[in-house]
Design a binder for this molecule. Structure first.
Ligand code: NDP
Length: 445
């Protein structure tokens, strides 16, 4: 690492003790910036790097709520408003017991560059809580969401900060939070949250967007080699929003996804995933992957090992951070995997990324490959502002165009900085320079 960059990284570690995921995300971006700083030294002036790694604002709050038995629980809420150079803070809310300040900070940091890549005028932010919605009744989830929004409402707004969903936050949670926001503000600010229901300001294609986008990104990477997804065997992790719609788009493009997973294990369905059954189990019944296997002859549930033990041509990690380590990467490569497109945020560990890059396979990092979700959120904001609604084909065509532009920006930046085909460098350099140029224009703020 360049001396200046190394110093910034050391400061981040010293100032944010124990926040290992945040350190990892910062390291990955800063490491990519060596060739950028070497070519354009002004990016290391005016403490620009020191400013970009420091959130503009961090909010942490108590979320008390009452369960169905009358017992009081206290969770912790977070919102990190990381960077508003390009527009209002934008990024999801995650409800998962593992959530802490470091996780939200890593996600917020990634979001800055991802949002810049979409070129839609959105800044970076992220939030969430260590609340676990699994096994909670609708009424409990509603009371939690209302308590969470009672505090969050004072910090967000359609031109200030626009949250959306992430792990554990889907249409149900966004609905409860929007209802509470509207009640507190006495104002129908549809643009304050994205991922809304279609009847109250949501956008068609938002539900599908992240998974679709990750597959479109894989297709674009393959096209640089004159190949396509047609006929390819696809290994998918996760069984939530991103995984389900990655499977759907992969099937539409002629590939055969044969796996999915949740925290209870993974499923192998060699005949190809039965998407309707998976949606019924996960979206309608909120069940576990074992429920799919019970109703699907030929599918098997594996509770030990990892989904990456299954050989395939393409891997789509769509569950969570650091779910694919160096050993898993080696196993995937031995099994013939030639493409990895990250639907989740930072699912591959640094060792895994290094293994993929050394092997010279196509590797699309999350901040580029999964940007379709936030891009379609920005399209939702655009429709809300215009009090209009586009049909599915219009919204999907816009998503497809944005994903192609992101891919091409990564390719161009990787070439400009001397590492053609390196999508990690390409995504980081293209995202960083867009944000950095505007921060310089705005002065020391
Ligand atoms: P969901 O909550 O819909 O699904 C998450 C899935 O991953 C579930 O199957 C869950 O299993 C599994 N999972 C989560 N944590 C773990 C864990 N620690 N170990 C094993 N399995 C786990 O979330 P999304 O699909 O929305 O998000 C998935 C990933 O995509 C996240 O990294 C998120 O940040 C990223 N992402 C999401 C976007 C979106 O638009 N939704 C946009 C961009 C990125 P279980 O139910 O058993 O916990």
């Amino acid at each position: 690492m360049h001396d200046v960059v190394e110093k910034v990284y050391e400061q981040v570690v010293a100032r944010n003790r124990g926040e290992v995921e945040f350190h990892q995300a910062v390291h990955e971006v800063l490491e990519s910036l060596d060739p950028v700083i070497a070519k354009h030294p002004h990016y290391a002036e005016g403490a620009l790097l020191e400013r970009i790694v420091e959130p503009e604002r961090q909010i942490m709050f108590r979320v008390p709520w009452v369960d169905d038995a009358g017992q009081v629980h206290v969770n912790r809420g977070f919102r990190i408003e990381f960077n508003s150079a390009l527009g209002p803070y934008k990024g999801g809310l995650r409800f998962h017991p593992s959530v802490n300040a470091g996780i939200i900070k890593f996600l917020g940091f990634e979001q800055i560059f991802k949002n810049a890549l979409t070129a839609q005028g959105i800044g970076g932010g992220k939030g969430g809580s260590d609340f676990d919605p699994h096994g909670r009744s609708d009424a409990e989830v509603m009371r939690f969401c209302q308590s969470f929004m009672t505090e969050l409402a004072r910090h967000i707004g359609p031109s200030t900060d626009v949250p959306a969903g992430d792990i554990g936050v889907g249409g149900r949670e966004i609905g409860y939070m929007f209802g509470q926001y509207k009640r507190l503000r006495n104002s129908y600010d549809a643009g304050v949250l994205t991922g809304k229901g279609l009847a109250w300001g949501g956008s068609l294609v938002r539900t599908e967007a992240t998974g679709y986008g990750a597959v479109l990104f894989a297709q674009s990477m393959l096209s640089t080699k004159g190949e396509s997804l047609e006929g390819k065997k696809v290994i998918v992790s996760g069984a939530g929003n991103v995984a389900i719609y990655a499977i759907e788009k992969a099937q539409q493009l002629g590939a055969t996804p044969i796996t999915f997973s949740d925290s209870s294990g993974y499923v192998v369905d060699e005949a190809g995933v039965d998407l309707e059954l998976l949606k019924q189990v996960k979206e309608v019944e909120r069940g576990r992957v074992a429920d799919y296997v019970e109703r699907r002859p030929g599918a098997r549930l594996v509770t030990g090992g990892s989904v990456w033990d299954v050989p395939g041509d393409v891997a789509l990690p769509c569950a969570t951070q650091n779910e694919l380590d160096g050993d898993a990467a080696a196993t995937l490569l031995r099994g013939g995997c030639g493409v990895v497109s990250e639907g989740a945020n930072m699912p591959s560990t640094p060792e895994a990324v290094e293994a993929f890059q050394k092997a010279g396979i196509l590797f699309g990092p999350g901040k580029a490959a999964n940007a379709g979700g936030v891009a379609t959120s920005a399209l939702e904001m655009e429709q809300n502002a215009g009090r209009t609604r586009w049909d599915f084909a219009t919204a999907e065509a816009k998503l497809t165009g944005i994903m192609a532009d992101i891919h091409d920006s990564c390719v161009a930046a990787a070439e400009e900085y001397g590492r053609p085909g390196d999508y990690v460098l390409g995504a980081n350099a293209a995202g960083f320079t867009r944000v950095a140029d505007v921060m310089i224009a705005h002065g020391i703020v």
